[in-house]
Design a protein around this ligand. Structure first.
Ligand code: SAH
Ligand code: SF4
Ligand code: F3S
Length: 476
C-alpha cells in the first residue's frame, strides 16, 4: 500500500484495518487483502490467504501491484459498513485506471448484503461469505472468465480446521487461533448470528496442533477466538461432550510454560468457575478476562436478550476477583443508547462501572442493524445527541478507572512479553503484562519475543512505563 497516495480520511479508516504483508512465496499472481472488524475476521483473512496461495497467489502490501483486491468486511455497526463503502469508492477510481483489476468483498457485510452488493457497487466482481472461502479458487476462476461470482452459503460444519493460516501483519510473537465459528445467542441488537451462522466448535487436536506449530516457529502468545468461547464443546457422534472450554484451555496451556494463552470473548451467562480455576492453575494462562456487559440496567439487558441481569454480572465479577484476586485484568463492552434506555438506565451503567472499575473498555453508541430482533420489535428511540452524550460519559468514566487501575501497578514488577517497538520511539520496546496492560521500556539489548521483568515507574490511563530489572531481584 502506498499510504502517501491516500487522503487523510482514507488513512484514518485504514488505521483500523489490517493489511496483508508481502509474502516471499512463488505465487505469480498478487493478492492484496484488507480486513476490518474483529480479530475473527482478521484470522479469516489468514485462511483466505492460505486457500489462495494454493491457487497460485501470494500476498502483497502494495495495492497497486495487486491483480486481486479483497476487502474482508464487518457489519456490526453502520459506521463499520460506511468505512467499507468509502474504501470501495476509492478502489473504484483505481479500477478505472486498471480495468483488469478484480475486486472482491468477503466477510460479514458480504453475507448481510449478498447479491445486493453487486447491484449497489457495480465494480465489485466477487461476493463471498465467511463460510464459503474454500470455494474461492472456483469463484476467482469464474471472475477470470469475465463473470461475477457469489457464494454466501452458511454452513453448520465448516471450521477450516485443516487449513494452515498464512500469518498476515504478524509480529512473529502473537497469533490468533479461531476455535469456533458462528453464534447461537440472539442478542437483540446483534447482526453476528445472521452473518456468521450457527455456532460450531473446531476439533481440539487441530487447535493444539496449530498452537504447537506456532510455538515451534517462535511465537510466544496465542489468543483463542470465538464469539462465546465458554460454549466451546467438542462432542462425539452420540452428542457426548469430550472437550469443553476449560479442558481446551488446559490442553493449550500445557504446550509450554513459555507460551502465553489468552482468549476472547467470554460471555457472562456462560463463563464457568472451572474456566476461572484453570486460569489460576496455569501461570501462562493470562490473568485477563474480556467480559462484555453491554448495559448495567437489568431492564435493558432483558430487552437486549442477554439472558443475565445486573446481579448475575456482578456475581461473576465477584467470583473472578475471589479466585484470581484484584490483579486480574478485566475489560468490557458497553452499548450507549439502546432502544428504550432512560437516563436512569444509563446511570445504572455508570454505577456498574464504578463498582467494577474495569481496566479497559470498548464502548459503542447503539446502531440499529436491519433484520435483527431489536430492529424488528423495538424502536430506536434514543436521539443521536443523547446517545453521544451518554457514550462520552461512559468513555470519561472509563478513562478515570483505567488510570486508577494503572496507578495500582506503580512500583510493582511484571513479567512482560516484548511484542514490538513503542509507537513513539525506536529506542523503546512495547510489551504486555499478564493482565494485558501495555508497557513501554528502554530497548537495551533485548529482543522482540523475549520475556523480561519490568518495574513500573510511570503511567497514564493508556500505558505503563518502566525499566527492566534482573529476574533474581523480582520477589513476586
Ligand atoms: N460475542 C461478543 C461480541 C461481539 S460484537 C459478545 O457477546 O460479547 C462486539 C461488540 O460490538 C459487542 O459486544 C457490542 O458491545 C457491540 N455491538 C454489537 N452490535 C452492536 C450494535 N448494533 N450497535 C452498537 N454496538 C454493537
Ligand atoms: Fe452477538 Fe450476542 Fe453472539 Fe456476541 S453473543 S456475537 S453480542 S449475538
Ligand atoms: Fe464485524 Fe463480523 Fe466480527 S460483523 S465484529 S467482522 S463477526
Amino acid at each position: 500500500m502506498n499510504k502517501a497516495e491516500l487522503s487523510k480520511e482514507e488513512l484514518a479508516n485504514l488505521d483500523e484495518a489490517q493489511i496483508s504483508t508481502n509474502e516471499n512465496s512463488t505465487g505469480k499472481r498478487k493478492l492484496y487483502i484488507e480486513s476490518y472488524g474483529c480479530q475473527m475476521n482478521f484470522a479469516d483473512s489468514e485462511i483466505v490467504a492460505s486457500i489462495l496461495r494454493n491457487d497460485g497467489f501470494s500476498t502483497t502490501s502494495d495495492q497497486s501491484e495487486a491483480e486481486l483486491i479483497l476487502i474482508n468486511t464487518c457489519a456490526i455497526r453502520d459506521n463499520a459498513e460506511q468505512k467499507v463503502r468509502k474504501r470501495l469508492q476509492a478502489l473504484n477510481a483505481l479500477k478505472r485506471t486498471k480495468p483488469e483489476l478484480k475486486i472482491g468483498v468477503l466477510g460479514c457485510m458480504a453475507e448481510r448484503l449478498k447479491q445486493k452488493f453487486l447491484e449497489e457497487e457495480k465494480m465489485v466482481d466477487l461476493v463471498v461469505g465467511p463460510d464459503a472461502y474454500r470455494d474461492l479458487p472456483k469463484l476467482v476462476a469464474e471472475v477470470d472468465e469475465g463473470h461475477k461470482a457469489v457464494n454466501v452459503f452458511l454452513s453448520r460444519e465448516e471450521t477450516y480446521a485443516d487449513i494452515s493460516p498464512v500469518r498476515l501483519g504478524t509480529n512473529g510473537v502473537s497469533a490468533f487461533i479461531s476455535i469456533m465459528r458462528g453464534c447461537d445467542n440472539m442478542c437483540s441488537f446483534c447482526v453476528v448470528p445472521y452473518t456468521r451462522g450457527r455456532e460450531r466448535s473446531r476439533e481440539p487436536k487441530t487447535i493444539v496442533a496449530e498452537a504447537i506449530d506456532l510455538f515451534e516457529k517462535g511465537y510466544r502468545e496465542v489468543t483463542l477466538l470465538g464469539q462465546n468461547v465458554d460454549s466451546f464443546r467438542w462432542k462425539n457422534e452420540s452428542g457426548e461432550v469430550l472437550t469443553n472450554f476449560a479442558q481446551l484451555l488446559e490442553m493449550v496451556a500445557q504446550i509450554s510454560p513459555e507460551m502465553r494463552v489468552r482468549f476472547s470473548t467470554s460471555h457472562p451467562k456462560d463463563i464457568t468457575d472451572d474456566v476461572i480455576y484453570t486460569i489460576k492453575k496455569y501461570d501462562n494462562i493470562c490473568n485477563y478476562l474480556h467480559l462484555p456487559a453491554q448495559s448495567g440496567s437489568s431492564r435493558i439487558l432483558e430487552l437486549m436478550n442477554r439472558t443475565y441481569d445486573r446481579e448475575w454480572y456482578i456475581g461473576r465479577i465477584n467470583k473472578i476477583r475471589e479466585i484470581l484476586g484484584e490483579e486480574c485484568g478485566i475489560s468490557f463492552d458497553m452499548i450507549a443508547g439502546f432502544c428504550n434506555e432512560t437516563d436512569e438506565d444509563h446511570q445504572e451503567t455508570l454505577s456498574l462501572m464504578d463498582l467494577v472499575k474495569f481496566d479497559y473498555g470498548y464502548m459503542f453508541s447503539y446502531s440499529e442493524r436491519p433484520g435483527t430482533p431489536a430492529a424488528k420489535k423495538l424502536k430506536d428511540d434514543v436521539s443521536p445527541e443523547t446517545k453521544a452524550r451518554r457514550l462520552s460519559e461512559i468513555i470519561d468514566k472509563q478513562r478515570e478507572h483505567a488510570l486508577y487501575r494503572n496507578q495500582l501497578t506503580l512500583g510493582k514488577t511484571y513479567k512482560v512479553l516484548i511484542d514490538g517497538f513503542s509507537k513513539k520511539s525506536a529506542d523503546f520496546y512495547a510489551g504486555r503484562t499478564d493482565q494485558n496492560k501495555v508497557v513501554i521500556f528502554p530497548k537495551e539489548n533485548l529482543k522482540i519475543g523475549e520475556y523480561v521483568w519490568v518495574q513500573i515507574n510511570e503511567c497514564n490511563s493508556a500505558t505503563l512505563k518502566g525499566e527492566v530489572v534482573e529476574e533474581e531481584l523480582v520477589k513476586c
